[in-house]
Design a protein around this ligand. Structure first.
Ligand SMILES: Cc1ncc(COP(=O)(O)O)c(C=O)c1O
Length: 385
């Protein structure tokens, strides 16, 4: 977003005009930002034979999905509904990797019928898959990372170890027994380490875990390092060093190739990295009130449309579009739900008055896709620019 002659512009459009045209609350996505992020990702891993499956849970807007298809990405899906949507958009079933957990096995059977690839994260599904298909359906295995890496805001006491996803290190021998028993062809090994990767060594460390297992499974031809790369949310945040992440993979992969003579494809499942920065949530201020020393701006969105501040204490930059050059004051921004619905506290913004338009930045991932109709409020409009 750029300030040009006192007016905020987004992708060549005047932001106030967009709000007038489409109303508020309104999600905007800038296509060029998504293209830039896809290119950055591809460039960083260009030394490897790699494939990107976009984690569509981050943003499943149809136009965003069509763009990902145009850019030749595959899909990481987590429900049969996501699979159906991806197929409708035109993704080939073989380009979709389904990672279910806790869903009825029937959902896996539907996915198999549609020709979608399966990523199995527990022994129960693995056994059922083997019993039902006697090895006719290949799969990827999701392994619990079992790593303790610094970085994620939630990992201080072992976020990685508490994660409930994947087949645990102590269950690998049982998984190998089931694979042998049912003659299951395991084509890939998968790990999703975190949703906020900041540590440059995390891919290399995760790859080492997967490659150890790949030595025991000669049918494995790909390792999937999941998603989790965090773009900057604040101006002062570091940009993730994708080159360093890529570099951390070189040694374990070279060692594996030298030892086994096998070369594996690398798969990734980024969501947030590709779409977070593309998104802006526009909202109108309808009430200004003062309570004690607090000034509160009441806006026409809330945690039903952007849950991240409530759920994760996430921080999103906010701009006053209507008064870019006003004098700064401290203000709380509260949503319109009948709940404690603070979107931001004690922000320094150019003076906010009733009727002003605010922009909540970096809202392209886990924004609309986590929205609900709580308080019977309709979902907001979305526009791809
Ligand atoms: C298995 C898996 N892959 C990929 C992702 C995408 O993560 P991110 O959007 O942080 O890149 C997630 C997020 O929860 C996930 O669980």
């Amino acid at each position: 977003m750029q300030l040009i002659d006192g007016h905020w512009q987004l992708a060549g459009h005047d932001v106030e005009d967009l709000a007038d045209q489409h109303g508020t609350p309104l999600y905007l996505y800038d296509e060029q930002t998504i293209r830039r992020q896809v290119k950055r990702f591809r460039d960083a891993f260009s030394a490897f034979d790699h494939r990107i499956h976009y984690a569509m849970k981050a943003n499943s807007n149809r136009d965003v999905l069509s763009l990902m298809k145009k850019l030749d990405l595959g899909i990481d899906a987590v429900s049969i509904h996501e699979i159906r949507l991806a197929l409708e958009i035109g993704f080939d079933s073989h380009e979709i990797l389904f990672t279910p957990n806790g869903v009825p096995f029937d959902e896996l059977e539907q996915a198999i019928e549609l020709g979608v690839r399966l990523n199995i994260e527990n022994l129960s599904y693995l056994d059922k898959l083997g019993e039902a298909y006697q090895g006719d359906v290949p799969c990827t295995l999701r392994v619990h990372p079992g790593l303790v890496m610094p970085g994620s805001p939630r990992d201080a006491t072992g976020w990685y170890q508490r994660s409930r996803f994947g087949i645990g290190g102590d269950q690998i021998s049982e998984a190998l027994r089931l694979i042998e028993l049912h003659q299951i062809r395991v084509e890939g090994l998968h790990v999703h380490s975190s949703s906020m990767i900041l540590d440059e060594q995390v891919f290399g460390a995760a790859a080492a875990v997967l490659l150890d297992l790949a030595r025991k499974l000669p049918s494995v031809r790909a390792i999937d390092l999941g998603g989790g790369i965090r773009p900057p949310y604040r101006a002062e945040d570091d940009h993730p060093d994708l080159d360093a992440l890529a570099l951390s993979l070189t040694k374990p992969l070279e060692q594996f190739e030298n030892e086994t003579g096998r070369s594996l494809q690398l798969w990734f499942e980024p969501g947030r990295y590709l779409v977070a920065e593309s998104g802006t949530l526009l909202t109108r201020v309808h009430v200004i009130k003062q309570l004690g020393d607090r000034i509160i701006a009441g806006v026409d969105t809330g945690f039903h449309q952007l849950l991240r501040p409530k759920l994760y204490d996430a921080w999103h930059e906010i701009r006053n579009i209507s008064n870019p050059e006003g004098s700064q004051h401290l203000i709380d921004i509260s949503g319109c739900l009948c709940e404690e619905d603070d979107l931001a506290l004690q922000r320094s913004l150019p003076e906010v008055r009733e009727g002003h338009l605010l922009a909540i930045l970096n809202a392209g991932a886990y924004g609309y896709s986590m929205a609900s109709t709580y308080n019977s409020r309709p979902l907001p409009a979305e526009v791809v620019l």
